[in-house]
Design a protein around this ligand. Structure first.
Ligand code: MG
Length: 285
């Protein structure tokens, strides 16, 4: 039997959050259900964030209530802090994600808080998720480069990862937020972080801004990474490089995994068709 690669579809959250045009709740619900139909077993469905800050995801409750929940699919949600978690829990997410950065300037500009302050905000989220037995994922953005500071030292990423693991058990998800990585950067990053987390338990969150996401994924797979994020249709763009591609496209990543002989359980053609459909919705505004 082929070895498995786990994909988390982040289009409905990370993708749509970063597209200027919001799509309707009904379209989001249809998208999430169709992603499950296409074989995705982990879908980040939405975020419980301030609607005035991120109007694209203001309908988090309606989306969670509207989707057809399947028992074999993990529907996760992003929360910025304990207040977000309070809002999220009645929707019964299967898992929760929090978000920090490896670059101090990015953290300040993006969340209005230092890295240390974001970690302080997470402490009660970690405690509550443990009580509720909810799996927790922690995103570390700008894990390769920062739009303000340039290249990020892998040792700085490892430091943030260590602090997160002190807060409690969580799945570490390293984000190349501006799609700056070349395969060698991925190697250096994995080298630094693998002292803290085994490589096959790490998640990589690649962006295709520089057109190298698939090359980076290939190298990561060679080095033992077995969990990736992806967004159908490459949704998400890049606020720091207008017009550039966004998250690595789920269809491209499935194609790579298929070509390398790994099992994803995802129908690449179906997910590509879905990506095309949602791109049309987003682009026609
Ligand atoms: Mg992303």
């Amino acid at each position: 039997m082929a070895e498995r690669i786990e994909l988390t579809e982040v289009g409905p959250r990370d993708g749509l959050q970063n597209e200027p045009t919001a799509i309707s709740s009904a379209d989001k619900i249809a998208l999430i259900d169709a992603l499950a139909d296409a074989g995705l077993k982990a879908i980040e469905a939405t975020a419980f964030v301030r609607p005035d800050r991120i109007p694209q995801l203001a309908d988090a409750e309606a989306v969670m209530a509207g989707i057809s929940r399947r028992r074999d699919v993990c529907y996760s949600v992003l929360v910025p802090n304990e207040r977000g978690l309070d809002r999220a829990l009645p929707s019964m997410p299967d898992a929760v994600a929090v978000f920090t950065a490896a670059s101090e300037t990015f953290s300040q500009r993006n969340t209005n808080a230092s890295i240390e302050q974001t970690l302080e905000r997470f402490a009660p989220v970690f405690d509550r998720c443990r009580e509720e037995r909810l799996p927790l994922r922690a995103y570390v953005s700008t894990a390769v480069a920062c739009p303000y500071e340039g290249p990020v030292d892998p040792a700085a990423v490892a430091q943030v990862v260590a602090r997160l693991l002190e807060l409690g058990p969580c799945e570490i998800d390293l984000g190349d937020t501006i799609g700056a990585a070349a395969p060698n950067d991925i190697e250096a990053l994995l080298e630094a972080v693998s002292r803290l987390v085994t490589v096959d338990e790490l998640v990589l969150h690649l962006h295709d801004t520089g057109g190298r996401a698939i090359d980076c994924a290939r190298r990561a797979i060679e080095l033992g990474v077995r969990r990736f994020d992806a967004a159908c249709g490459g949704l998400g763009g890049c606020p720091y490089a207008p017009g550039a591609p966004g998250n690595v496209s789920t269809g491209d990543l499935v194609e790579l995994c298929d070509a390398l002989g790994f099992e994803t359980g995802v129908d690449g053609d179906a997910v590509r068709a879905l990506g095309g459909k949602v791109r049309q919705l987003v682009d026609q505004g």
